[in-house]
Design a protein around this ligand. Structure first.
Ligand code: ATP
Ligand code: MG
Length: 426
């Protein structure tokens, strides 16, 4: 017996049945970014592994445990991108996009993380990613949130909640980090093994621990919000004021630290109760130091990423209705000369009525079977041609969704008749 191969674990096939949801999301996102003046960019799925190590940080879950890293044939380490920001920043520096310029950019595509696959968590997943470069103030922070908030409205999704926090500057964070390490060291016995390890590498991440046994010790920890530098505090307050002006409800969560090293000041996350444990739908923040850290001119920057699989699950659980994509016409062809004429006639109809869907019955079959297929296709109209009709250059037109008599028309009349019966719905 031949051994059938299967997909790599955690990497999904997207079957046709699911695609209308994806297309709905992609359509909405494309329109949305155009409305806000963001331009699309695309960067490779593979980068030098060093790019992610240097940007995301060596002591983060992504780099330590989740990155697909391998040696290239020519030597050197490559990685499948676990997120989009680092690649976009690399490209923006490489192409001189940040020199005396501001940029509003977006991209979308697959990301790769070696995680334990489960509902809402995969090894290849897809993100929509939004980034802005060259804007130092909290106005862009709010615009980032406005865009995501509008996307939920546009897609008919509700029940997503926004949490925000400020991580301050690297200097204020260093100071806070010392306080935090001091606090956790004095409670070392209460920490789990993961957190004890993080004490030396990435102590802020302890705040993010999902282990319920740690809840009490984390609750007693000093709060980052109380140790912000003055400028970061002012930035955060203006940001929150602007959010209020825009009527965007949010909660401050001092424990929101995000998993990546490069964030500064504003960070945020949209979560939902509708998806179980994988509750983060969209998250992001400001990363003012990253461009400089990767060798570019120092440039303030901010961005977010949204998981498309989780968004599609939300659309499905919310039973959002999707516009149906159906052909207008199904061509029923009975007999050899009808089949021959039908193929060319279908293309003439497509020329005359752009945007119309014409499905040709291929591979023969009896009249009854073909009418069944016509009905199943969702088409509004069937055009029925036998050898006799082909010889006379006519076709019988039957409306499939309303009761009405079948009528015969000459081929030249068909575009006008079909055009009158079919209104494009999109
Ligand atoms: P989580 O806490 O769920 O691991 P994260 O903080 O690692 O999320 P980000 O790196 O901020 O996620 O990525 C942004 C979004 O991408 C997440 O909010 C989520 O919707 C989605 N995402 C992240 N990892 C996965 C994954 N393995 N499978 C599917 N979607 C994912
Ligand atoms: Mg993660």
């Amino acid at each position: 017996m031949v051994n059938r191969l299967q997909a790599v674990r955690g990497m999904n096939d997207l079957l046709a049945e699911e695609m209308p949801y994806w297309q709905q999301v992609e359509r909405a996102v494309r329109e949305l970014f155009a409305d806000y003046g963001y331009q699309e960019m695309r960067v490779p799925l593979l980068e030098h592994a060093e790019l992610f190590q240097r940007s995301i940080g060596e002591h983060t879950d992504i780099v330590e445990k989740e990155m697909y890293r391998f040696e290239d044939r020519g030597g050197g380490w490559l990685a499948l991108r676990p997120e989009a920001t680092a690649g976009l920043v690399r490209a923006a520096i490489e192409h001189g996009l940040l020199h005396n310029q501001k940029q509003r950019l977006w991209t979308a595509g697959p990301m790769f993380r070696y995680e334990r696959p489960q509902q809402g968590r995969y090894r290849q997943f897809h993100q929509i990613d939004c980034e802005a470069f060259g804007y130092p103030g909290p106005d862009i922070d709010v615009e980032m949130i406005q865009i995501s908030a509008r996307l939920w409205r546009k897609l008919g999704i509700d029940g997503v909640r926004l949490r925000v926090n400020s991580l301050g500057t690297p200097e204020s964070r260093r100071h806070y980090r010392e306080l935090l390490v001091g606090y956790f060291r004095s409670h070392r016995d209460a920490l789990d093994a993961d957190s004890q390890r993080r004490l030396d590498t990435n102590p802020l991440r302890i705040l993010d621990s999902k282990n319920p046994a740690l809840a009490a010790v984390i609750a007693g920890a000093p709060s980052l919000t109380d140790h912000l530098d003055d400028e970061s505090r002012a930035h955060f307050e203006r940001f929150r004021g602007l959010l209020a002006d825009c009527g965007i409800a949010h909660g401050v969560d001092a424990r929101l630290v995000r998993g990546l090293d490069y964030y500064t000041r504003t960070v945020f996350e949209w979560t939902t109760d509708a998806l179980g444990a994988q509750d983060a739908v969209c998250s992001g923040g400001r990363y003012d130091g990253l461009v400089g850290q990767l060798g570019g001119e120092s440039t303030p920057a901010i961005g977010w990423a949204l998981g498309i699989e989780r968004l599609v699950s939300l659309l499905r659980t919310a039973h959002v209705a999707l516009p149906a994509v159906r052909p207008a016409v199904y061509l029923v062809l009975s007999g050899e000369s009808a089949e021959r004429a039908g193929i060319a006639l279908a293309d003439r109809l497509r020329d005359a009525l752009p945007g119309i869907g014409v499905l040709v019955n291929l591979g023969g079959g009896g009249l009854k079977a073909q009418m069944k297929r016509a009905d199943k296709s969702g088409a509004a109209l069937a055009l029925i041609i036998g050898d006799d009709e082909a010889a006379r250059r006519v076709a019988a037109l039957k409306q499939l969704r309303v009761e009405s008599p079948q009528q015969e028309y000459g081929w030249d009349e068909l575009p006008a008749r079909i055009g009158a019966l079919w209104r494009r719905k999109d």
